[in-house]
Ligand binder design. Structure first.
Ligand code: ZN
Length: 209
């Protein structure tokens, strides 16, 4: 939703839904964890009644343990927190689940895959950032991030786990098949979809790849 036209939120939600999107991904930025600000729980609660789509909330914030309950209340169905943020990761993940929400864990391009290893059995989703977070419209960092996607898939198979592998940043019709080939099954795309004149064709092109 970062790349949507915020003056027409309800229409943009419908456009994503009728174009064949599966989930809506909402990027929350606090000006501390990343050098940008986006929107908060109130925006999530505005989006909630506009769509049937699954609401995937990505907290790029320093204190996710303090803020996640507000996003649960606003209607989030999955909440993803960063392993690099300032919190007890296990406790936050458990708290999100206890609140009745699915939980995800994200890692930045400069963070080693080993950092998330202790938490893989606690999550519904692993988000491998494919750009440095903070701004939409950046280029996909293939060399730095695809080995992590492959490791995430290998570790999931080895341990018999079931988490989704999501990629976020620089995803379009060219990069989507690269990510899926390495093991990603959830693709977050902003600019390449909301900026497309025909979103359904853009989504179809990514699925085909
Ligand atoms: Zn995101």
């Amino acid at each position: 939703m970062l790349a949507a036209d915020w003056s027409r939120v309800a229409e943009e939600c419908r456009r994503a839904e009728t174009s064949g999107g599966d989930w809506l991904h909402l990027d929350i930025m606090d000006g501390h964890f990343v050098d940008n600000l986006s929107f908060g729980p109130q925006f999530v609660s505005i989006v909630r009644p506009c769509t049937q789509l699954f609401l995937d909330v990505h907290l790029m914030i320093t204190n996710p343990d303090h803020f996640f309950p507000r996003f649960v209340k606003a209607g989030a169905e999955n909440i993803t927190v960063h392993v690099e943020a300032d919190h007890d990761v296990s406790r936050t993940l458990a708290g999100i689940r206890e609140a009745g929400c699915r939980c995800g864990l994200a890692l930045n391009p400069d963070t080693a895959f080993e950092e998330v290893l202790p938490y893989l059995d606690q999550i519904d989703l692993l988000l491998v950032m494919t750009v440095r977070p903070g701004f939409g419209g950046q280029a996909f960092m293939e060399e730095e991030t695809m080995p992590k996607v492959a490791s995430a898939r290998a570790e999931r198979e080895r341990r018999g786990l079931g988490y989704h592998i999501e990629v976020d940043g620089g995803i379009d019709q060219r990069t989507a098949p690269i990510a899926t080939r390495h093991g990603a099954n959830v693709l977050v795309a902003g600019t390449s979809l909301f900026g497309a004149s025909d979103m359904a064709a853009a989504i179809g092109g990514m699925r085909k790849g």
